[in-house]
Design a protein around this ligand. Sequence first.
Ligand code: GSH
Length: 245
Amino acid sequence: MDVRFYVFTDSYPCEAVLAAARHKEIDVRRVDLAPVLHAFVMKAVFGERTVPGARFGDRKVHGSTAIFHALDDVRPDPPLFPTPEVEAAEAWGAGPFQDIGRRFVWFHLRGRPAEMRRWAQRDEDPRTARIKRVLGAPMAAIAARANDAAPERVRADLAALPEHLAHVDELIARGVIGNPDAPNAADFQILSSVAAWWVIQDLRPLLSEHDSVSTALRLFPRYAHADGFSGGVIPPAWLEPLRAV
Ligand SMILES: N[C@@H](CCC(=O)N[C@@H](CS)C(=O)NCC(=O)O)C(=O)O
């Protein structure tokens, strides 16, 4: 069957579904899109704006959770939703929790649009890389607005971060996620978010102590790249109270 995933580089719900397909040994062709411009293609093909979307032959599936289920339909073993606990944890990971990383990334890129050029080096498709290099600054401004990456939202996300990390650590401790031999949909959904946070250098001092972060970076090593997005964008005063937690 011809399976295609519509994605953009480093989008963590996209990485989540790509990793799930690899885990199930299902071959996928990537259709790489550029952020912001992706919306035109996604609307035309799926009637929705966001990536990922997928085509399984003639069947169109939109959104990471629906794609996990479609992967299970195509190849039931190993199952991505083995228990009700996994189903609940995946739903939590696909909810407001998933939005946090987008706000961090676009807040950062709007503050330092020159990094769009560096990010472009990670694109597999030279066309999307070129678009990022040329349109980086307006793209970052539009995406920051579309993703509600306003300073007060990001500050509130930072304040809530310890609570979220504690919940992820607890899911690992209960064995719902975190088994490297049998990752499930909740692993892919939740840990792709956590791994993507690591890209923001400013956040690393808050993240490095958590089990969930090392577990996430093992499952999604592409986010472990040493340099990440340069520090100094998030005001230190926003981070200071959290260092003590
Ligand atoms: N909950 C959805 C949301 C996906 C989502 O928001 N994707 C982002 C990329 S990480 C996106 O397409 N953003 C661009 C936009 O909102 O136009 C899913 O998991 O599929």
